[in-house]
Write a protein that binds this ligand. Structure first.
Ligand code: ADP
Ligand code: MG
Length: 323
């Protein structure tokens, strides 16, 4: 029902950054190697995400906007080993319920593309239309039909900052994808997508800062840890600069924060915290991502093993550096 859609929308779509996150995750799931994100007025005016992924078949275009319509989960078993970023089939339904949406898409190999327009969850019929390969989704006038929600939005500048932070995380967690972020007509981030974490770190965080980082790499059993941490003494770290990815997914984790900080032992100045961009890779069955709707939390099957792998990797790298 329409009311159920609006309630579900409230859980998925909190602010412009949540829309961007869902759209970019869909683009990544579609196998895109280049993703462009444009926002105007903090994303409240406009959000446009363009990808060069697999596109959407014309007959599947209306279905993609129905709740629980996902092409990514086929069995209950799939839920236990989630490899794709999206899996709930709620994002497009939720976003379209609270905005005006336009999709233009073409599958590689199709001679023509298709388009659909919707307002407040009511989708018009699919049109045939010329389109580049891939998908462009345009979300305008977010929350135009939910005035209560609109009233509680922060200033545009705060929403822009939230999207910019998210874009950094997305770019860092997917070095194999080229990201471009344009806010109010100005390009503010552009990563090469050459597959190297180092390139993504340089492009997303800036050369000057990236130069001060210490590379780390290690493993414990089937848990692999790699990335960069701030140098103990000169490091300009802070807890807000601790960026963790688990199997390509940006997450928040007290366990990983504790393991990182333990790796510095007594090398940190009083009251200082390390910063990092750390990637943890482990078998998909060893981690449960289905803990929270916003999907920024995970549960590890073997917490001690994950802690030890991160702790030892960081400690060894700092020791080797002679710190
Ligand atoms: P989920 O990602 O959980 O499957 P969504 O509501 O986010 O659910 O998307 C619904 C469906 O629309 C996806 O399963 C996918 O088939 C299709 N889709 C959405 N965005 C894209 C895209 N950028 N490229 C290709 N297909 C897409
Ligand atoms: Mg999705």
């Amino acid at each position: 029902s329409h009311v159920a859609d609006l309630i579900a929308a409230g859980e998925v779509v909190e602010r412009p950054a949540s829309v961007v996150k869902e759209l970019v995750e869909n683009a990544i799931d579609a196998g895109a190697s280049a993703i462009v994100v444009e926002i105007q007025r903090g994303g409240m005016g406009l959000i446009r995400v363009t990808d060069n992924g697999c596109g959407i078949a014309p007959e599947e275009l209306p279905t993609a906007f129905l709740r629980h319509a996902t092409s990514k989960l086929r069995t209950a078993e799939d839920l236990a080993k989630i490899g794709t970023l999206g899996f709930r089939g709620e994002a497009l339904a939720a976003i379209s319920a609270v905005s005006r949406v336009d999709v233009l898409t073409r599958r590689p190999g199709d001679t023509t593309g298709s388009a659909i327009h919707g307002e407040g969850g009511h989708m018009e019929p699919v049109r045939e239309e010329g389109a580049p390969e891939g998908t462009t989704i345009r979300v305008a006038d977010l929350f135009y039909n939910t005035p209560a929600r609109l009233k509680f939005m922060k200033k545009d500048s705060a929403e822009t900052a939230a999207v910019a932070g998210l874009m950094q995380h997305l770019a860092l967690s997917h070095p194999d994808v080229s990201f471009k972020f344009i806010k109010d007509g100005q390009e503010s981030l552009h990563t090469p997508g050459d597959g190297k974490l180092e390139s993504a770190v340089y492009a997303a965080l800036g050369r000057e800062f990236a130069k001060t980082l210490v590379p780390v790499q290690g493993r414990g059993g089937d848990i692999e840890v790699r990335g960069f941490v701030t140098a103990p003494v000169n490091g300009r770290g802070s807890r807000s600069m601790q960026v963790f990815f688990v199997n390509g997914r940006f997450i928040k984790s007290q366990l990983l924060t504790a393991a990182l900080e333990e790796g510095y032992r007594n090398q940190l100045l009083k009251g200082r915290f390390p910063g990092c961009v750390l990637e943890v890779l482990l078998p998909v069955t060893a981690v449960d991502v289905n803990v929270h709707p916003a999907k920024t939390q995970v549960k590890f099957a073997k917490e001690h093993d994950v802690f030890d792998a991160v702790f030892h990797t960081v400690m060894d790298a700092l020791d080797a550096r002679g710190g």
